[in-house]
Design a protein around this ligand. Structure first.
Ligand SMILES: NC(=O)c1ccc[n+]([C@@H]2O[C@H](COP(=O)([O-])OP(=O)(O)OC[C@H]3O[C@@H](n4cnc5c(N)ncnc54)[C@H](OP(=O)(O)O)[C@@H]3O)[C@@H](O)[C@H]2O)c1
Length: 288
């Protein structure tokens, strides 16, 4: 039997990274990393890694000699504010390590590298981030492009799902509503939410291809945060009645329309990228 090629997944303890590991392990010899949340899922060799530690990132890459690195580790909004160190410097460290061992790099980025003034962004549109997180992810993209690694930069959108746990983007709404707290959802912030299982499948498919450069990979259905929240709450059996539809706060700059044009990904990949209604209908039907 031929040995499987080797893959390194950073942020394997995260939501997307976990699905990346689950879907990749059939075809790849997977090494996956965590920082604070120790994982003992089978099918991967788990290692602790802080991507801010340049020497540790390089040492792990030298040891594993991956053919592909999927870099999902990231500090996301709502967590902390060390965005630049983790997202920009960390991604530089990972990209330099990929270049040095000749690994193909799949780097995860975000729709909020854009300012949200235009919408339907294509890969050639220029980033113009207006939040600290967005700026750190835009800097990360520059670091990846400058590293010399063979890299695909995957810009994606709001990630949702319910296996093995409900996604963060949805769980807080359920918790707050159940606790009787007011939940306000913006009506003027539009995204293309993506189901974690289809995003992970797309990323693993991309690992096997030779595509380099930016690729927009998100769901097919543009939705406001309000439209998204109401659908997901109903799906989880929670009455969205008390949710207050509200325009986003004008005193803090927020990117409004960050919808992504994913035509290129649809042409390139076999993995479907369905919209929210299609995913939820499919799941309801398969549960019957
Ligand atoms: N979630 C979204 O809606 C969304 C939208 C657009 C783009 N994205 C992008 O998609 C990717 C995956 O997002 P996600 O929501 O799946 O992330 P997540 O669930 O928040 O997981 C983040 C992962 O990064 C790890 N991590 C954090 N700081 C680290 C550090 N200093 N060194 C090494 N690892 C570190 C965490 O490890 P521990 O948990 O073990 O500490 C965890 O495994 C990210 O690049 C994100 O920017 C996400």
């Amino acid at each position: 039997m031929m040995a499987k090629p080797s893959m390194l997944v950073t942020g394997g303890s995260g939501y997307l990274g976990g699905w990346g590991v689950r879907l990749a392990r059939a075809g790849w010899d997977v090494t996956a990393t965590y920082l604070a949340h120790v994982v003992d899922e089978p099918g991967a060799d788990w290692r602790q890694l802080d991507v801010r530690d340049e020497a540790a990132v390089m040492a792990l890459a030298q040891q594993v000699q991956p053919a592909v690195i999927i870099h999902t580790a990231s500090l996301n909004p709502g967590h902390d504010d060390d965005f630049e160190a983790v997202n920009a410097v960390g991604s530089r460290n990972v990209a330099r390590a990929a270049a040095s061992v000749g690994a193909r790099l799949i780097h995860l980025s975000t729709d909020v590298v854009f300012d949200g003034q235009k919408g339907s962004y294509v890969e050639e549109d220029s980033p113009n981030p207006i939040t600290p997180y967005g700026r750190s992810k835009a800097l990360a993209e520059e670091q990846v492009q400058a590293s010399g690694a063979e890299a695909a930069v995957v810009r994606t959108s709001l990630i949702y799902g319910w296996r093995p746990t409900v996604a963060r983007a949805v769980q807080w709404m359920i918790d707050d509503l159940r606790a009787g707290k007011p939940v306000r959802l913006f009506t003027d912030e539009v995204r293309c939410p993506v189901w974690v299982e289809s995003l992970a499948a797309a990323v693993v498919e991309l690992a096997d291809l030779s595509y380099t450069g930016v690729l927009h990979v998100a769901g097919a259905q543009p939705l406001s945060r309000y439209g998204f929240g109401v659908r997901l709450l109903r799906f989880h059996g929670v009455d969205p009645g008390p949710v207050l539809p509200t325009p986003s706060l004008r005193d803090t700059p927020r990117p409004l329309d960050c919808t992504l044009d994913c035509a290129r990904a649809r042409a390139l990949l076999q993995t479907p990228l369905p919209g929210v209604d299609e995913v939820l209908d499919q799941e309801r039907n398969s549960a019957r």
